[in-house]
Design a binder for this molecule. Sequence first.
Ligand code: VNL
Length: 395
Amino acid sequence: MQKRRLPGARGIALSIALATGLAALPVFAQDKPFKIGLILPMTGQQATTGRQIEAAAKLYMAQNGDTVAGRKVQLLVRDDTSLPDMTRRLAQELVVNDKVNVLAGMGITPSALATAPLATQSKTPLVVMSAATSSITEASPYVVRTSFTLPQVSVPLADWASGNGIKKVVTLVSDYGPGIDAEKYFSQRLSANGGQVTEALRVPLRSPDFAPFLQKVRDAKPDALFVFVPSGASAAVMKQFLERGLGKAGIRLIATGDVTEDDQLNAMGDGALGVVTSHHYSAAHPSPLNKQFVQAFEQANKGLRPNFMAVGGYDGMRVIYEALKTTRGVGDGDALLAAMKGQVFESPRGPVSIDAQTRDIVQNVYLRKVERVDGQLYNVEFDVIEGVKDPGKSR
Ligand code: VNL
């Protein structure tokens, strides 16, 4: 006699799944972890950017739990050493082999631009937490940005300069996307205000030697020197500005906040006192949320002060977590992207939103001055321009 076998529990579950068709798919999706591929420069010239963003992402997860809408959230951190070919290769591996749901990070503009086509092809949201050239959001409809753009912060600084007796300016920027954006938007605005950029100097991104450029500035004797260099190069430019005695020669240093970043500011010493910058984040931002953020970040990282990179990473995680919640843990790339667009929330930097059309961040831009507070150097905010959209968009 042949024995008939009763279906086991597994067989029953499978039959139900098959019988109910598509409706059963979410059950399977929810069993799988939700993977975030976080590609950052963890070594090399931009290593501080990687360290700040990774620490902030981990803090966000520690504070908000690693299970969201029934999915276990996994952070897969990869080091691209700031080489765009490496970023692209790592992103490919994360999408194809690890099947990540979201790509994130992107320390520098070339890394973001190298990864954007892959985000488009694979329909994977790419949350840009650092890179800040205006055009990055236009490189793929899957890019969402939580950092800032150089036009966003350079225009308000030009207005401040014009309002404070600065007419002739020499600009000094790193010779790539964000530097060219900073130079262009600062210079255009200063001219519109009746001022003038008398010389536009560009230094190489990798291993820059600022000395010959600063000598030129000294000889040109402008009212001010406007500087943009990316996070990681800031301490070197500040040191050489001070060593060459430009300040003593009556040339004022004004810069985007990348130059007086919180991570390096204390090490720059008293020479940095009085430097006016414009940016979207200061560790000294006087809101209760920011005080909590700074305290928790320092506590979790042996006293390391968060800089603007950390806040880009922290808010990027918020955007991802909320999208996962809105899509109840079962959304594909397109659904996640749709849930990222239009988010409005309070960040440690102040109120922000993700523009639903451009996918770029809208935020306050602050004018700040380096001051000593409780024995430490900080960027102390003294003015704010609220709700600034990226002026670089071609819309
Ligand atoms: C970029 C812009 C990178 C601003 C930065 O630091 C920065 C970029 C690494 O777009 O490459 O401070």
